[in-house]
Structure formats: C-alpha cells, structure tokens
Write a protein that binds this ligand. Sequence first.
Ligand code: NDP
Ligand code: HSE
Length: 438
Amino acid sequence: MKPMNIGLLGVGTVGGGTHAVLLRNRDEIARRAGREIVVRVAAARDLDKARRVVGPEIELTHDPFMVVRHPEIEIVAELIGGTDLARELVLAAIADGKHVVTANKALLAIHGNEIFRAAQERGVSVAFEAAVAGGIPIIKALREGLTANQIEWAAGIINGTTNYILSEMRDKGATFDAVLNEAQRLGYAEADPTFDIKGVDAAHKLTIIAALAFGIPIQLAKVHIEGIADLAQVDICNAEEFGYRIKLLGITKRVAAGIELRVHPALIPHRRLIANVEGAMNAILVKGDAAGPTMYYGAGAGAEPTASAVIADLVDVTRMHTADPDHRVPHFAFRPDRLSDVPVLPMGEVHSCYYLRMPVVDRPGVLADITRILADRKISVEAMLQREPAEGQEQVDIIFLTHMTQEKDINAAIERIEALPMTSGSVTRIRIESLDGK
Ligand code: NDP
Ligand code: HSE
C-alpha cells in the first residue's frame, strides 16, 4: 500500500522529535498502521536549521500554506504553536479535506469549538493527543478507555515546566529564574514561558480535559487561573512540615450545581502518589463512577515523549481515514449534537480546605480575634501553628489549616483578618486537595 504522506508544520522541539521517532521506528509503526507513515514536506522559518534536523530527503519550505495545500499530503501535523497563524492553517487544511494532528493546546482552548465544528462538517479528523500531558495517552483514556463511566472529577499536574521549577526549588534550593532558564533549555517551556508560570498552559489543557470528561464545550474564559509566581519558599517549607507538598494542579469536578474548572497551586498530602511526581513529569488522576480512581503518569513535555503522542494520532488517523466519519470516535468523546450546557461554577461557589498564613504582631488577643472571624463564617480549623518570634521581633506567622469550607466564606474571613490592627501584611491562601479517590 502506498505510504501515508504527512506535511509537517514546524520542525522545532516537537516537529524534530516527531521526524526522528518516525524514522527510527519506521517499520514498527508501519506494521501497526498498515502502511508506512512518511514526512513528505515540512515548513519552518530557518530552513538551514530545519535541514539539519530532517536530513536531505524531505522537501522544505518557508510557506506553511504550501504544505497545507500540497496535493499529496493527507495529514497535516500542526507543530508550529501560537494561535493566529495556526488557526488559519488548520482551518485551511480542514477546508482542503485534510486530517489534522496538533500538539497545540492554546489553539484548541481558544479556537477549538470553531475548529471541531469545521472538521465535523468537512468529515475530517482533528487529533490532539499531544496537546495534553505530552507522552501520556490521557486523551485516549478519557475518550475511549473510560467511556462507560460518569466522570466525577479529574485533577492533575499538567504543566511540566512549573512542576520542574517547584521540584528543583524544593530539592536543590535553586532560584526560580535559574530553573526556568534550564526548563527553557530543555525544551519544556512554551515560546512565552509566562504561559507556564501563570498557569495559562495548564488552563488550556484543563479545558480540553473537561470537554472530554463531561461532554461540555471548551470554555477557557471560565477557568479560574492562578500560577506559581507568587509562591513563597516559606509556604513550600511550611507545607512540608504539615505533611503536604505544593503542586500546580488543574482540577475539574462535577458537583450538584455545575462544573468546577480551576488551576492553582495546592497542598497535596505527601502520601499520595501524585504528590511525588517530580521534575517535568505529569500525572492525572481521573475518578469515574465505575472504574473508581485511575492515574496516568509520564513525561509531560519534551521532544520524543510529545512525538510519541503525535505519532499515535498519525497512526489512528491512518487506520481510520477511510471509515465513514459518522463511525469514527467523536472528537470530544460525546456526539457533537449531545453536548451539555451544565454551567461552570464561579470560584466563590467552590468548596475546598485551605492553608492560611497570617503575618501578625504577637500581642494578646490576636489569636482570639482571628478565630472569632473564622467561627463567624463557620470555618472549622483542623490544625494551627505559631512559631516563636525571632529575637527582637514582634511579628510572627500564624498558620491555619481549615476543614472543608466555601471559597466565598474564606475570602470574606481573609478580608476581615487583613483589616485587624494587629495583622501586618496580606494573608496567604493556598487550597488543600486531599485527592483521596473519593
Ligand atoms: P518550537 O518553537 O521548538 O518549534 C516551532 C517550529 O515552528 C519551528 O520549527 C519554527 O521554525 C516553526 N515555525 C514557527 N512559526 C513559523 C512560521 N510562521 N512559518 C513556518 N514555520 C514556523 O516549538 P515546540 O516544538 O516546543 O512546540 C510546538 C507546539 O507543540 C506548540 O503548540 C506547543 O505548545 C506544543 N507542545 C510542545 C511541547 C514541548 O515539550 N515542547 C509538549 C507538548 C505540546 P523556526 O525554528 O525556523 O523558527
Ligand atoms: N510547556 C508545556 C509544559 C509543554 O511545560 O508542560 C507541554 O505541553
């Protein structure tokens, strides 16, 4: 059978990795796909650099639209990144009747609804395993492996760069900037690393996970996003003392009133497997009503792990491309005409436990004032710690861990605590997630 011809848009970290793995495992991949999968033409800006990556055989061009419109290309692999040009290219490929494989979570989080509608109308596939959690086959697991389940929640470490930064800061006392530079050198970080640091990349991925888990449209604007830039070393150390580790989590949960969609740092009990996921590794816990909790672990970024996911999609599309579009697995697991309009909850409605660190002047009555404010909002304290003030200092940190409470109550209590005359700075609030599989 004639090979399946691929057009590669981008020959950077992921594009280069995809080319390398396709070449190295060519025979094995052909045995699985039923025919060879061959990169025929690739687009990049710096063609000398691209030539060094792909070798002499592949046609190279500056013009990504030439790849998209190439008559012999059947699948376009969009590995350029960004959202404007990538959107145009993907829509052009779809309009031309080509299947698309993409690793671009930003593109899908912002333009996914439009792109999947266009693909549906044109009867082509848009596959995106590499867009969430690098080499982990989480899309396949959610879309197919767990299809019998009502998904209750999914929570995960879905950004390798920030997990790498948190791990290195904790273990080696490295500075934030030094670790970020290393993450960029290793090819983990986004072209604009503030997407990683501010939690935006994790939010992109979370919208995709939620769409697959609950059959809802992609709703990036409704994600509550907090990154790791404001995390202080003192909170990382305090968390360890209480038996927790701080991770940047993406969480989506179905509760009676709607769906939670949130990205933020969280304290996780040490003893959970997911608390011990380090470096650029990712892990996602999914709770289904039938399967119970399942966990998926692996490299969340990097050339070959991500290439593994891109090629899995190329093989899937190669196997399925002659099938009647109506008999393919729907892009988002649910039939496109059966999506749900269940609301995404505002953050104030979310329930969680909290870590609160309050800088106060160490005077009689301070603790009583604080506990009265907490009691007024029916916030129950699980643990408390106050250290001796340093020699000659009056200021101390008081740390509370609370039981489950509603975010709007915690916020109201924090506002009152910060207004107390003896409070000497802002209160640090970090959510605690038990992730105990319930
Ligand atoms: P890179 O920056 O390493 O590579 C981008 C490639 O696209 C380069 O070859 C670049 O060419 C090319 N390119 C960019 N703009 C144009 C243009 N206008 N015309 C032609 N070529 C262009 O990015 P990554 O490989 O890291 O990321 C690619 C995608 O994969 C992104 O969407 C990213 O979010 C996603 N992703 C990345 C992961 C990772 O670990 N890096 C993991 C999972 C997903 P040139 O070099 O000549 O400028
Ligand atoms: N910048 C992303 C991360 C790449 O660090 O996880 C993988 O999506």
